[in-house]
Design a binder for this molecule. Structure first.
Ligand SMILES: Cc1ncc(COP(=O)(O)O)c(C=O)c1O
Length: 417
């Protein structure tokens, strides 16, 4: 079944970076594992073995896609858990090594990571368990490899840099960073300070090279629900030999790295989602990129006082992030929602916080520009017709909102200066 506009009750969904609908083939594959094949993959009887066999097949599909071995795949509950496991697990393994006692490890990350990475790093820093360097991001939404090289210290244990930013879709030079770290590590005689490289590839898997060998990463996080798989399941890829310890105690599942009964139904869905993605990836990238370019061109041409946030070329094929002047992003979002269109904003209420997006501020946007932002993300079911309707409704809503609140907002921000 194609997920078309009518399948969504006539509504237009343009928030594929938040989540994606489960692909029909994926759903079909998962269904028996909710009922007749309900066994616990750790059980030794036939019910368990059937579930375990299907999990093994999913693991093999994933290993083939990421170009790693099955043993390097750790199934988790999603990218939040994968990121926590990567950072805390590496730190825990470091602290368990008596040789390291009294030596505080150093982590390098960026100012515009997803909150699950940022908050983890901030917490470790606050607790006194790690020193953290937050690399700046420039107006194009991309970090500089030279900044990273300069930030490396003798006690640097981990570099964690996201592959594609979830708000502005900009692509970070992961393979280049991988080379820098490899070169640095090759010069070290004492292996205990080898730098490990982790990337949060959650928003990259569907659109970019994900071969872990070419990227030169030791750890990679991803999430199923961003690639038309079910929610609540993801993976952490852990290169063989990486010093990492489990962070939650319990059973010995997932090569003793992630305790807890396997979400076998979810894992089987994720395996199928990867197979479907692999089959259609290049075709979909081409189609979505064309639609995105059409959207960006049309919005910049037809709407006054708007800017595109982040590099125009080094961005995900499915992402367009705009800032509209004299308007609040959340008002825009709610008015568009009332028109049957779902988008996202990095501004206040929608993200559950009172401050504007840390990502947009990190790019150097003024708070009023960050507040007036809209993230439009496309997916495999997006059509040109939907984008035509979206732009027409956006124009209408913007005109209305700017008339009502434009002057008030101008006054408010000029007083704040
Ligand atoms: C870049 C990035 N990292 C991590 C996450 C968290 O993923 P999950 O929902 O699987 O926990 C997201 C989800 O939006 C994301 O976009």
């Amino acid at each position: 079944m194609e997920m078309n506009n009518s399948a969504r009750g006539g509504k237009i969904y343009l928030d594929y970076a938040a989540t994606t609908p489960v692909d029909a083939e994926v759903l079909k594959t998962m269904l028996p594992y909710f009922s007749s094949e309900f066994g616990n993959a750790s059980s030794l009887h036939s019910f368990g073995r059937n579930a375990a066999d299907a999990v093994t097949a999913a693991r093999e599909s994933a290993a083939c896609f990421f170009k790693c071995t099955s043993e390097e795949i750790i199934f988790t509950s999603g990218a939040t858990e994968s990121n926590n496991l990567a950072i805390k697990g590496v730190l825990r393994a470091y602290n368990k090594n008596k040789k390291n006692s009294g030596k505080k490890p150093h982590i390098i990350t960026t100012v515009f990571e997803h909150s699950c990475v940022l908050k983890t790093c901030q917490k470790l820093e606050k607790e006194g368990s790690a020193e953290v360097t937050y690399l700046p991001v420039y107006s194009d939404g991309i970090i500089k490899v030279s900044d990273l090289e300069k930030a490396i210290k003798e006690n640097t244990l981990l570099v964690t840099v996201m592959y594609v930013n979830n708000e502005i879709g900009t692509v970070q030079p992961i393979a280049q960073i991988g080379k820098v770290i490899k070169k640095h590590n090759s010069k070290l005689l004492d292996t205990k300070y080898q730098i490990l490289f982790h990337t949060d590839a959650t928003q990259a898997v569907a659109y970019f090279d994900i071969n872990v060998k070419r990227l030169g990463v030791d750890l990679l996080s991803m999430s199923s629900h961003k690639i038309y798989g079910p929610k609540g399941v993801g993976m952490l890829l852990v290169k063989k030999g990486t010093k990492i310890t489990q962070i939650q105690d319990g059973g010995a599942q997932e090569f003793a790295l992630r305790a807890g009964t396997l979400n076998s139904t979810g894992i089987i869905g994720l395996g199928k989602a990867i197979e479907v993605l692999e089959k259609n990836k290049q075709k979909e990238i081409k189609k979505i990129k064309e639609l995105r370019d059409y959207l960006i061109k049309k919005v910049l041409k037809e709407i006054p006082s708007v800017r595109l946030n982040g590099s125009r070329s080094k961005r995900s094929p499915n992402n367009a992030n705009f800032s509209f002047s004299d308007v609040e992003g959340e008002s825009l979002l709610l008015y568009l929602d009332a028109e049957g269109i779902a988008v996202s904003t990095g501004s206040a209420c929608s993200s559950g916080s009172l401050s504007p997006s840390h990502v947009l501020l990190a790019l150097g946007l003024k708070p009023e520009q960050a507040h007036g932002s809209l993230r439009v993300t496309l997916g495999k079911y997006t059509t040109k017709k939907e984008l035509v309707i979206f732009v027409a409704k956006l124009k209408k809503v913007l005109e209305k909102l700017r008339k009502v609140s434009g002057e008030l907002l101008k006054e408010y921000y000029s007083k704040k200066k």
